[in-house]
Design a protein around this ligand. Structure first.
Ligand SMILES: Cc1cc2nc3c(=O)[nH]c(=O)nc-3n(C[C@H](O)[C@H](O)[C@H](O)COP(=O)(O)OP(=O)(O)OC[C@H]3O[C@@H](n4cnc5c(N)ncnc54)[C@H](O)[C@@H]3O)c2cc1C
Length: 496
């Protein structure tokens, strides 16, 4: 772990999800000496299991969370500007059926407010009659369809957005280490002064010292609490399923009210697939092993079938199913859907700054708030960083991948017929995106594991052969890494 123990850093960030990577980028851009430790891969936690939306969160209007919606819309516009290669506008059709919980008047009033909160910066929404709704989405059931609306939010690649922040932090001088776990916080005279870090693949352990520590471990944060005190964010489990898009027949994204329980849910186009999600139920499951249950999948299929009656989706249509846990700042409510997605930033008695809650969408503004607290703790004048105007890295990816393919045409072959990933994407993942394992490559640098029924198992050996020379894997290491990948996808895509 070169460089980790060389010096005392200004700030040690523990956790390489969107929160930790956003904090590392902001702090590095302010000129602080930053180190970030991530136990697995960037975005291997909740940040790689989201609905992949950068959105104002229209459903939060129902709960009166105008402040959160306003902030989310502002951040959506910022991300569209600084990361056009990672965040793109997405049109949502919201169909309305007679007797719906959210009727035409309520929906139009909500979208009007949504538009107002965007201060004229977003695409205008429009109302649709039944024929126009059906024209936009012909596979929707027509019985009882009274109309609908079309409005705009944005889509992203959650893992790549997280990785882009890690790369940007590094470009600004931060030391960013994945597959390196903080096993313990070092406290001297009651004050946190660093952490013990263990690298997964080398087994090396060393102390990392810093003046201020930020615990951005999301649903894992209890593991690092002072004196073992419980401060775990209560988690809400969210499950998504991917089914072939041709089976659903949706053209664009749809916002739906589940006929099963009246919750807002999404059908999202993702290449040749449609992602349907999400559930929202309190869970005590471990974040390492959280997975979809048959009941979760049944709920999503029944909800979607209510809108797409001709599809008659069944369990056999499900290509993959996965779950994530939302770290929610307040866990008092019986209904997790009603709990705010706002965040809390709390320093414990030893000075560690713990972050809970938030959204992918608002990570940048949340990170700025956290780094303000870091600078206060350092006794420095608080001065912001231009994180809202400097572009995130990665816009040259397709050009670079094409260059790798030109240099070695064998790397231009698709790994799986019908999916857009080639050997060159793996090489790029290793050389430019800090990937170290097959799971990093097949789950997060590409989404191949989400998009194949065997979750990438049949190409694991091929992928290992391509990257082995770059990562200096011998035959034994190669086999071990294939086994590790099989265990990872076995856990992540289990259904039980
Ligand atoms: C189903 C679902 C759908 C969602 N959809 C959206 C959406 O569409 N849009 C949106 O804006 N938000 C969405 N969210 C919310 C969003 O995904 C989360 O708020 C966000 O990803 C949380 O990021 P995080 O960095 O705080 O946590 P995480 O991503 O979980 O990161 C924590 C990291 O800490 C690491 N870690 C843990 N312990 C240690 C240790 N000891 N040492 C080092 N590292 C450690 C973990 O490996 C992990 O990578 C969704 C959430 C869920 C569950």
């Amino acid at each position: 772990m070169p460089g980790l123990s060389a010096d005392r850093f200004d700030v040690l960030v523990i956790g390489g999800g969107i929160t930790g990577c956003g904090v590392a980028r902001d702090a590095a851009m302010r000129g602080l000496r930053v180190v970030l430790l991530e136990r697995d891969d960037f975005a291997s936690g909740t940040s790689g299991r989201s609905s992949r939306l950068v959105h104002g969160g229209i459903r939060y209007l129902e709960h009166g969370q105008l402040h959160l919606v306003r902030e989310s819309i502002r951040e959506r516009e910022t991300l569209l500007r600084i990361a056009p290669h990672l965040v793109q506008p997405l049109a949502f059709t919201w169909p309305i059926y007679s007797g719906a919980r959210v009727g035409k008047f309520k929906l139009n009033a909500g979208l009007f407010l949504y538009q107002l909160l965007a201060l004229g910066k977003s695409h205008p929404h429009s109302s649709l009659n039944a024929a126009q709704t059906q024209e936009r989405e012909p596979s929707l059931g027509s019985t009882g369809l009274t109309g609908g609306a079309v409005y705009y939010d944005a889509r992203t690649d959650d893992a790549k957005l997280t990785i882009a922040n890690a790369l940007s932090a590094e470009q600004n001088g931060a030391l960013v280490a994945s597959h390196t776990r903080a096993t313990e916080i070092i406290r001297e005279r009651g004050k946190a002064v660093g952490a013990v870090a263990t690298a997964k693949y080398s087994g090396e352990t060393q102390e990392v010292r810093a003046r201020v520590l930020v615990n951005a471990t999301g649903v894992w944060q209890n593991d690092l609490a002072a004196g073992g005190k419980s401060r775990r964010a209560r988690g809400s489990k969210g499950v998504h399923i991917a089914v072939p898009r041709e089976r659903v027949g949706n053209r664009d994204a749809l916002t739906l009210i589940s006929g099963v329980d009246g919750r807002v849910m999404f059908c999202l186009p993702a290449g040749v697939q449609t992602i349907i999600g999400t559930t929202d139920t309190w869970t005590d499951e471990s974040p390492e092993t959280v997975h979809a249950s048959m009941g979760d999948i049944d709920y999503l299929l029944r909800s979607a079938n209510g809108y797409f009656p001709r599809a008659r989706l069944t369990f056999d249509d499900v290509v993959s199913a996965w779950a994530g846990i939302r770290p929610l700042a307040s866990g008092g409510s019986a209904n997790p859907t009603a709990v705010s997605r706002e965040h809390s930033i709390v320093a414990d008695e030893s000075g560690v700054i713990h972050v809970t809650g938030g959204k992918l969408t608002t990570y940048r503004s949340m990170a700025a708030e956290i780094v303000d607290r870091v600078q206060e703790a350092l006794g420095e004048k608080v001065r912001g960083a231009p994180t809202d105007s400097v572009e995130l890295p990665g816009s040259d990816r397709s050009v670079e991948v094409a260059a790798i393919e030109r240099d070695d045409p064998r790397l231009a072959q698709p790994l799986v017929v019908g999916l857009p990933y080639t050997g060159a994407h793996l090489v790029y993942g290793i050389t430019r995106e800090k990937a170290q394992s097959l799971s990093d490559l097949l789950i997060r640098r590409t989404h191949l594991a989400f998009e194949t029924r065997d979750h990438g198992r049949s190409v694991a050996a091929l992928a290992a052969g391509i990257v082995a020379p770059l990562l200096k894997w011998d035959e034994q290491t190669k086999s071990a890494r294939i086994r590790e990948f099989e265990q990872d996808v076995g856990r992540m895509f289990a259904v039980a």
